[in-house]
Design a protein around this ligand. Structure first.
Ligand code: HEC
Ligand code: HEC
Length: 346
């Protein structure tokens, strides 16, 4: 990823003022407006949200193996759940539930984020506990509430399947292995970049790609200070921030769980309590319900809660409608989200 001047300045603003950088929404807003004026004559990618580009291509046999494994229920303890059960690529890369359902219908403790564009996030999971997509794979496979699988059984099952044996040979020249499963799934996930969103076409110069309402929504999104946290190619995913900069979201909601501690669970630093990796807003219209607790059922609800707890602001219904219209312009196309094709291992 590139760190353009606009991006650096915004990151710096957040870094210096900490969470309060976002608090001083109007200061931020005027800084951003000045920045916009200064950069107006330069490349349009100086916008704080930049167009998505596909990642460098991965070897085809590796991606196809990863695609099959992503849809493979044999990776779960009772053969009932695949990655795709909770990350439906035809449904925004998530499951549409507040909390996921794993093996034997067990209810999880946190909302399933999308796998679309996850490759661009600084780290994986709401609390960032997995550094890479490869590392992330162990999480769901071994989690008793998700897939409840174990690696020796998975390796043995795949090694008994002639189609997987030849797919692993094609990808790695080796027998099925835990390391191979992780590499292949991660390679497949890196192909799940959504391109060609109306917003991206607009940034690249197609002035008709956004409606007037969406353009106003984008201006509001910047002026209100949302962009201090939701920025970069992924409109998020590149920093950690507290949920509840203004007011105590968790006290107001009640029933605090361990999942609500966020990054504290990883670092055990008091300053990280209720801090989360800022989620990407790419394709956000497809990924309701929202937040790590799945508590916001609609985008207007999520936007109002964000304005209140992250910026200390009350937005009018009209402003919310415009911001939501802008957010819908972040929906792109997946080039690679098809299910495993005929002839692929099943
Ligand atoms: C039972 C539902 C379920 C299954 C099955 C499942 N996931 Fe997930 N996935 C989740 C939940 C819930 C989270 C969030 C967990 C957290 O942050 O603590 C998640 C998080 C992720 C993330 C991180 C995304 C981000 O933005 O941080 C990736 C990537 C991912 N899963 C990929 C996979 C892969 C690959 C598999 C199969 C090996 C898989 N998942 C299986 C529910 C599931
Ligand atoms: C101080 C940083 C910060 C600011 C400012 C901010 N957000 Fe967020 N946003 C977050 C964090 C952190 C989360 C994740 C909260 C959670 O679920 O734990 C989030 C979550 C969201 C979500 C839900 C995404 C999902 O997939 O669940 C939406 C939508 C959203 N923000 C929109 C906005 C809008 C619109 C604004 C401006 C009105 C805004 N945000 C301002 C940090 C911020």
């Amino acid at each position: 990823m590139t760190f353009g001047p606009a991006r650096r300045l915004l990151c710096l603003g957040v870094a210096i003022a900490g969470s309060f950088g976002c608090a001083r929404g109007s200061d931020d807003a005027s800084a951003i407006r000045k920045l916009d004026r200064r950069t107006a004559s330069r490349a349009t990618t100086a916008e704080p949200i930049q167009p998505l580009e596909p990642l460098p291509p991965e070897p085809e046999p590796l991606v196809e193996l990863g695609r099959s494994l992503f849809h493979e229920k044999a990776l779960s303890g009772d053969g009932s759940v695949a990655c795709s059960s909770c990350h439906d690529l035809a449904n925004g890369g998530q499951d549409g539930r507040a909390l996921s359902l794993g093996v034997a219908g067990k209810r999880g403790e946190i909302n399933a984020p999308t796998v679309l564009n996850a490759a661009l996030n600084i780290a994986q999971f709401w609390d960032g506990r997995a550094k890479t997509l490869e590392d992330q794979v162990d999480g769901p496979i071994e989690h008793p509430l998700e897939m409840g699988g174990d690696w020796p059984t998975i390796e043995a099952t795949l090694a008994r399947n002639p189609k997987y044996r030849s797919a692993f040979q094609a990808a790695f020249g080796a027998e099925p292995s835990r390391a191979g499963v992780k590499l292949a799934i991660a390679a497949f996930e890196r192909t799940l970049i959504t391109v060609d969103a109306p917003f991206d076409r607009w940034v690249r110069g197609d002035k008709n790609a956004l409606s007037a309402e969406q353009r106003e929504g984008y201006e509001l999104f910047k002026a209100a200070g949302c962009v201090a946290c939701h920025q970069g190619q992924n409109a998020g995913g590149n920093m950690y921030q507290r949920f509840g900069v203004f007011g105590n979201y968790f006290q107001d909601r009640g029933n605090i769980t361990k999942a609500d501690y966020g990054r504290f669970n990883v670092t055990h630093a008091e300053a990280d309590r209720h801090v989360f990796r800022v989620p990407s807003l790419r394709n956000v219209e497809l990924t309701a319900p929202y937040f790590h607790d799945g508590s916001a059922e609609t985008l207007p609800q999520a936007v109002k809660i964000m304005a209140k707890y992250q910026l200390g602001k009350t937005l009018s219904d009209d402003q919310v409608t415009k911001i939501v219209a802008f957010l819908k312009s972040l929906t792109g196309r997946t080039l690679a989200a098809k299910a495993p094709g005929a002839g692929a291992p099943t």
